[in-house]
Design a protein. Structure first.
Length: 93
């Protein structure tokens, strides 16, 4: 009888601990989802600011400068043309 009682106690403890794990996992998942959602919103809001729009050409020039240094002018030009085609010709279809 004592062994059966101990087994029931341990099974109850396992169930309680599993419920706690599930609750904490759900809390962590909700926190992660909220952070991802908020991050996307913050990035969209930042991109709407005047300073972001004004500095865009500077960021693009710096990006191209780095790409040229990494892969050369010809390959960078090919990538830029492919990107422009994808962005602008893809919209018309």
């Amino acid at each position: 009888m004592d062994t059966e009682h101990r087994i029931r106690e341990l099974e109850a403890e396992i169930a309680r601990l599993q419920a706690e794990i599930d609750r904490r996992s759900d809390d962590e998942l909700r926190t992660w989802i909220k952070a991802v959602r908020d991050e996307g919103r913050m990035v969209r809001e930042m991109r709407k600011t005047l300073s972001w729009r004004v500095t865009r050409p500077l960021r693009l020039a710096r990006f191209l400068q780095i790409k040229v240094a990494e892969i050369g002018v010809a390959k960078t030009s090919q990538l830029a043309v492919a990107d422009l085609r994808r962005r602008y010709l893809g919209r018309r279809r």
